[in-house]
Design a protein around this ligand. Structure first.
Ligand code: FER
Length: 282
């Protein structure tokens, strides 16, 4: 475990001894219980919509999935989390591999999830946005950068026009795995006026270098409600999290950093969603 807590969230024991600090911190990010990612009996279920929106950025109609929580009602208003996939995926990747609906339903049943709509975009913003061919081709990698405009100018407006969502920065989160983790950091930190909650699970090398990523460290410190980074200790991309969190520490930007046992793989990303989702909008 290697976690850096914001000063004000340090456990009371923090100053007594190193051992006490380690124990308190390790205990404060509890791993999920068995079954957290499985459908549980007698648990209310959210719904999943497939939506299509016009992208002025790409010039095509684009697809996304939208999870609405149990008891969803247009008479209520909801926070929104945009949850992004990796280089090998598309808008369905989380559902194909990560059971996000079960993770969210179970957290909701335990009252550990705020009222939130979760949007699963396709982060490869180009005409053919399927995960096929050479996934590392230059145009495909570039499309993950183009997504910034598609998200801000096309998808978010669509969601806000079609779902009963809150539209302040405090009510909007962005998170993702690998390429999507890099996108979440790049886009979120560049648009602190739009996002107050940012999560990156095993962020990939598309993550901007620290000085570019965070020219405004003081503003980030003042305005972010949560900046979460997690990564497996056996992940070849661990260096990205390390360089980013080292810079955050140097600039004293409050964040949570969880290095856990694991590789570049779904157990880490599911835990990322589980941990991040229960800490946002609360
Ligand atoms: C890279 C290695 C991995 C890279 C991206 C990835 C842009 C993405 C991995 C993933 O999304 O799982 O060098 O460069």
């Amino acid at each position: 475990m290697n976690q850096l807590w914001p000063e004000e969230q340090q456990p009371a024991a923090a100053h007594s001894s190193e051992a006490a600090v380690e124990a308190a911190i390790a205990g404060s990010i509890a791993p999920p219980a068995t079954g957290f990612d499985q459908e549980q009996p007698d648990t209310a279920r959210g719904k999943i919509d497939a939506i299509t929106y016009d992208s002025g950025t790409v010039g095509t109609k684009r697809q996304a999935l939208v999870y609405t929580p149990p008891g969803f009602s247009r008479d209520k208003t909801y926070n929104v989390l945009y949850l992004l996939h990796g280089i090998g995926g598309d808008e369905r990747e989380w559902f194909n591999n990560g059971s996000p609906q079960h993770i969210l339903d179970n957290l909701y049943a335990q009252k550990n999830l705020a009222e939130v709509i979760v949007v699963f975009p396709n982060g490869r913003a180009m005409a053919n946005d399927r995960a096929e061919g050479d996934l590392f081709a230059e145009d495909k990698i570039a499309a993950f950068t183009t997504f910034e405009d598609d998200l801000l100018n096309d998808l978010i407006p669509y969601i806000e026009a079609n779902y009963p969502v809150l539209t302040k920065r405090d009510n909007r989160a962005i998170a993702g795995l690998s390429m999507g983790g890099g996108q979440s950091l790049n886009i979120g930190l560049r648009h602190l006026d739009r996002f107050a909650w940012i999560g990156a699970f095993s962020p990939a090398p598309n993550t901007l270098e620290p000085v570019e990523l965070l020219p405004n460290a003081d503003e980030a410190s003042k305005t972010l409600h949560l900046l979460w980074i997690s990564c497996g200790d056996a992940d070849n991309l661990l260096f990205v999290s390390e360089r980013t969190t080292a810079f955050l520490k140097e600039k004293q930007v409050p964040h949570l950093w969880l290095e856990e046992a694991g590789g570049h793989d779904w157990p880490v990303w599911k835990n990322g969603l589980y941990q991040f989702a229960q800490r946002i909008f609360r």
